[in-house]
Design a protein around this ligand. Sequence first.
Ligand SMILES: NC(=O)c1ccc[n+]([C@@H]2O[C@H](COP(=O)([O-])OP(=O)(O)OC[C@H]3O[C@@H](n4cnc5c(N)ncnc54)[C@H](OP(=O)(O)O)[C@@H]3O)[C@@H](O)[C@H]2O)c1
Length: 226
Amino acid sequence: MDTQRSSFTAVVTGASSAIGQQVALQLAERGWRVIAIGRDQEALAELGRSSALITPRAADLLTDDLAALLPARVDALVHAAGISPDGGVERTDAEDWSRVFALNVTAGAQLVRYALPSLRRSRGTIVFVNSGAGTAARPRNTPYAASKHALRALANGLRGEEEAHGVRVSTVYPGPTDTPMFTGDVDRSDLIRPSSVAAAILTAITASEDVQLTDIHVRPRRELSW
Ligand SMILES: NC(=O)c1ccc[n+]([C@@H]2O[C@H](COP(=O)([O-])OP(=O)(O)OC[C@H]3O[C@@H](n4cnc5c(N)ncnc54)[C@H](OP(=O)(O)O)[C@@H]3O)[C@@H](O)[C@H]2O)c1
């Protein structure tokens, strides 16, 4: 795939902040058109001003019409939007459980569902932004870890479903990253930079035609217990 041609179009959720924003910027730098989705209109407008290739689409993935967000052509879909409610099982009510699954898992699955006809035509790539919590649940954020385990299952099942249609599916698992979401008590200079996670996501999207990079783990250079 010649990734420098500007006819390629990516849909990126979570584009109003941190990791998703860096994905949008790096794709635009490589000549991709980007539909940048998030709720924060100001952040999206600023992102849109940084490149003519980026089209901001303000939307709440929990309530808005997801099909209406998609352009006619989709070569890559990156689901980076995510939330991490505070606390474990004891403090998490049913509404919070529903919300974390609805955003982290269901919204990604439904966007994929609506984008599949375009992704099949373009033999495109889906990237789910997972987490270290998607492979190992720790006691501090069980609902988040449960949603990310589900997201991993979604990716692995979908990969098999779409093999015959030429769509490839990647999961990127960032470790602790210097974004508003990460509030752990660590020296923030030890955290991964959002741009480094974005670079790994672009590696999955721009991988050569004969492969799919199924699982990419991005860990800090000096390992942290997160
Ligand atoms: N930071 C870390 O240490 C870390 C580690 C592993 C994995 N991750 C994963 O990386 C991804 C990106 O997170 P981040 O660290 O960049 O966090 P972030 O800065 O908090 O960004 C979260 C993004 O999700 C969007 N979002 C939240 N609720 C939404 C809704 N209802 N509708 C639409 N968009 C919504 C936010 O946009 P609006 O607020 O504008 O809606 C924002 O763009 C997430 O999936 C997260 O689980 C993060």
